[in-house]
Ligand binder design. Structure first.
Ligand code: PHE
Length: 365
């Protein structure tokens, strides 16, 4: 910037416009002005951090309107004629220097922006939440482990099953009334969502030769409402053993061992006659109420017993359809809801809690 009298000064030089100076002091002032401009430019230039910032520095010094250097050059003609060439030259040198430095700085800034990682690795991270196994899944694994310990093979079977494995080979031909008890999701006449895990009986007998010990656990599906005691999807475990001479005593013995392991060693068990088309004889199995130890409470409807699973000796027709025709070879099978065990074991009164994925509930396990 130039004073009214044509002298250089920078904004902030106190009273610079009032100075009346000789030719020599004019020259000294010029040198001072140029070196100040240069120093302030160098400071601004070093502080450039990005291309936006670079533009504002360029404009501060070189903008056609209001640039410090451009402005100073424009005012040249206000100087005494003999002083103009020296000022002009010095200002031009400064301008060239500024342009060059700005160009270099721009390249540096652009390279920096290119190399900057898309992720700011210096930002503090988000705290990690630690998850845990779902209570039903833990119980499923615990049950499998008990049976692996007793020499059982674990079958991982499809949730989309054929009518044959889910019903027909289990002695439930089409039109069999027992099919109604397990209201089924069908895809078509052949495929359905399995309604129980009992298909392990058929798959195991097809895949293995007696003696057979097999177990399968997983999701099953029924057209049930979703309320406190029902869910259209729940978990089951099914077990089958096939060997010469097996009888109800073996079934009872194994159930006793298993139920004591899953619940607690003091649990009592009883068998009542029950009907399932794939077993003969069939039984419904109760355990002594785990809430009142069999004395009678609201949970067991004062009976002291809670129904827990279905069991029986594998029906001769089921054995035969799966290729076991030797009459000395018999088998037992049973099936149980894993969610039901979880409800009893953990005292949960609504099955939906297991499937709502509410962490306040799940974190308790
Ligand atoms: N599949 C039967 C159910 O879902 C349970 C069961 C399995 C009963 C094996 C007897 C033998 O209810």
């Amino acid at each position: 910037m130039l004073s009214h009298s044509g002298r250089f000064f920078l904004p902030g030089d106190p009273g610079a416009e009032n100075l009346q100076l000789s030719h020599e002091s004019n020259e000294a002032m010029m040198r001072e002005t140029i070196s100040r401009l240069r120093r302030s430019f160098e400071e601004d230039c070093a502080a450039i951090t990005g291309s936006e910032n670079w533009k504002s520095v360029r404009d501060k010094y070189l903008a056609r309107e209001g640039g410090l250097i451009t402005g100073a050059l424009k005012k040249l003609r206000e100087l005494p004629k003999e002083e103009r060439p020296a000022f002009g030259q010095a200002m031009n040198t400064l301008r060239e220097f500024v342009e060059e430095r700005l160009e270099t700085r721009l390249q540096e800034v652009r390279a920096g922006e290119r190399d900057r990682p898309a992720v700011d690795v210096t930002r503090p991270g988000f705290p990690l939440e630690f998850g845990s196994a779902h209570p039903i899944k833990s119980l499923q694994a615990e049950i499998e482990e008990i049976f692996v310990g007793m020499g059982f093979r674990v079958f991982d079977l499809p949730e989309i099953e054929s009518d044959y494995y889910n019903f027909e080979a289990l002695n439930m031909p089409p039109e069999h009334p027992a099919r109604d008890a397990q209201d089924t999701f069908y895809f078509n006449a052949v495929q359905l969502l399995r309604t129980h895990c009992s298909s392990v009986q058929v798959h195991a007998m097809e895949a293995l030769e007696p003696p057979i010990r097999a177990i399968s656990t997983g999701k099953v599906f029924r057209r049930d409402p979703f309320d406190a005691t029902h869910s259209p999807m729940f978990y089951q475990v099914d077990v089958i053993a096939v060997e010469e001479g097996l009888h109800m005593g073996h079934l009872k013995g194994m159930l006793d061992v298993f139920l004591k392991r899953v619940f607690h060693p003091g649990i009592k068990m009883r068998l009542r006659p029950g009907f399932f088309p794939f077993v003969e004889p069939g039984a419904e199995v109760d355990i002594s109420c785990i809430f009142c130890s069999g004395r009678g409470c609201a949970k067991c409807k004062q009976s002291g017993w809670i129904e827990i699973l279905g069991a029986g000796m594998v029906h001769p027709r089921v054995l035969e359809m799966s290729g076991i025709r030797d009459p000395r070879i018999t088998g037992f099978a049973w099936g149980m809801g894993i969610d039901r065990v979880a409800i009893l074991k953990y005292g949960v009164d609504d099955i939906r809690l297991f499937f709502d994925n509410d962490l306040r509930f799940l974190n308790q396990f």
